[in-house]
Design a protein around this ligand. Structure first.
Ligand code: SAH
Length: 472
């Protein structure tokens, strides 16, 4: 690598603090500068008199002519008019739509540079919280495209026609897209087919401004190994018009279809799926295999979106945990039981805790289907349940946590500390909260065991997964 990707996950907040003098640019002005950084959204950063300007599709080391499109108090946005000098790390022939929409904001970086970017990002976040730790090079994929097994695609009327696509960055204006670049092409196909069927039957998209219309999102999920396909139509209305005709048309055009579900979401929030599902045709769930085990995946259950790297991730986490046949293990944030069931035959007992009830029901069925009986799942808030287990005197040898992006709570960390496990395995999909939580975990008397291992679960995006082991 001939350059180091400079970092700023939080550059907008930093800009707010740093920039106090008069704004040096105006709208429509043209400036020329070197790109010095990448934001967490994957935008390039140039600076004029230290004032940051965020630019789509500009990478560090490049010199760009930029037209200023929007000026705010402490930062501005611009677009590239001319690339005066390109970076040797620029990837050739990449999908422009994927970059400009933000589907794949890092696709303009060669894959090697993406992996370095992610390693540096983790390093910087730990430096910021003053924790010294070694960060290994990011483990990448051999083919880092078309990996996502699931799509949740917004639906909107555009010029009187029902369209599926992607919201432009920072807006709710839909840009029609068919090839999502990082998704399984069969998943993309399922979305386009469903869109065409809805068009043919004259079904409308929901309009969130006037609160009229029917369909909000289409969700499609496909088993990487099983090739079983699920399609979910999410409506604002209680009824899905023409449901049976939609089912017949989907079955005719999607031979892999195993499950077609109608989901209702009439809440005006950012949550895509509602709690109410009706199976219109086929099974209530699909199956897929992971690490030799079979899993049932329902419409509302979390399932890792990159099954190829997930297997690498879990194998590595289990290895690093040094599991023994006598070990009692807790798997917090257990979802449909993927970690629990993949380690169960290496240990004496695993307890899983997960807040989504349907996911726990899936996890229990998954245990049965795989003939695993040394596991127990509880539906509860993980911090509450861990506190309860600690109070009950449960003393696991190993605790795994795999929380959502917001990370752990103080309560959960204190509960783990009270349980005094030998090993605490933290699998994280957000290095910022991993770094934050590490500070408290260390304060509770654990120490870091070995380097952090970043894994590229989400190629072409700015996200990165990491595994970190703590010992008592
Ligand atoms: N380990 C699983 C799931 C990880 S994703 C896997 O790899 O498949 C994180 C999981 O945490 C999701 O299943 C989500 O439903 C669950 N979750 C979110 N908040 C929670 C909470 N407060 N308590 C318990 N589980 C929670």
């Amino acid at each position: 690598m001939n350059y180091v990707v400079m970092m700023s996950t939080n550059i907008m907040a930093k800009a707010n603090r740093v920039y106090k003098t008069k704004v040096p640019v105006t709208k429509n002005q043209q400036v020329e500068a070197e790109v010095v950084d990448i934001t967490y959204q994957g935008m390039g950063v140039i600076k004029i008199d230290n004032f940051p300007i965020f630019v789509i599709d500009a990478i560090p080391g490049e010199v760009v002519q930029v037209g200023i499109t929007k000026v705010l108090k402490s930062y501005a946005f611009g677009r590239v008019i001319k690339r005066v000098k390109a970076s040797p790390n620029r990837a050739e022939n990449v999908d422009k739509v994927a970059i400009t929409t933000g589907i794949a904001p890092l696709a303009n970086l060669k894959y090697e540079a993406q992996l370095t970017f992610k390693q540096r990002q983790v390093e910087q976040l730990f430096k910021k919280v003053n924790v010294s730790v070694e960060v290994n090079p990011t483990i990448g994929m051999t083919d880092p495209t078309k990996y996502r097994n699931k799509a949740q695609v917004p639906v909107q009327m555009v010029n009187g026609q029902l369209e599926t696509g992607f919201y432009r960055r920072g807006s709710h204006k839909l840009m029609p897209v068919e090839d999502f670049y990082i998704q399984d092409p069969k998943v993309d196909e399922a979305v386009s087919v469903t869109r065409d069927v809805l068009r043919d039957l004259g079904i409308s998209a929901y309009d969130e401004e006037i609160h009229k219309g029917v369909v909000r999102h289409i969700m499609a999920r496909r088993g990487f190994y099983s090739h079983e396909l699920m399609v979910v139509i999410i409506t604002n209305t209680k009824k899905l018009p023409e449901a049976d005709n939609i089912a017949a048309a989907l079955r005719a055009k999607l031979p892999e279809l195993k499950s077609f579900i109608h989901n209702i979401n009439n809440h005006d929030t950012n949550v895509i799926m509602g709690q109410w599902n009706e199976t219109v045709w086929g099974a209530d769930e699909i199956h897929d295999q992971l690490m030799g085990k079979d899993f049932i995946i329902g419409p509302n259950s979390f399932y890792q979106i990159n099954p190829q790297t997930t297997a690498v991730l879990y194998t590595l986490a289990a290895e690093k945990a040094g599991l023994k046949p006598t070990d009692v293990v807790v798997d917090a944030y257990s979802g449909i039981g993927t970690i629990t069931l993949s380690i169960a035959d290496q240990v004496a007992k695993v307890y899983g805790v997960e807040v989504v009830e349907d996911a726990v029901l899936d996890a229990e069925k998954n245990a049965q289907n795989n003939h695993i009986d040394n596991v127990e799942f509880v539906t509860a808030d993980a911090p509450e349940q861990m506190t309860q287990w600690a109070a009950d005197g449960l003393k696991p040898d190993v605790v795994f946590v795999d929380p959502p992006r917001k990370g752990l709570t103080n309560e959960l960390i204190s509960a783990v500390s009270a349980m005094q496990p030998k090993t605490f395995v933290y699998i994280s999909c957000n290095p910022a909260t991993l770094a934050r939580d590490t500070v408290q975990i260390l304060a509770e008397g654990f120490h870091i065991d070995g380097p952090i291992q970043p894994i590229d679960q989400f190629p072409q995006t700015t996200h990165v997964e990491s595994v970190l082991i703590f010992k008592r």
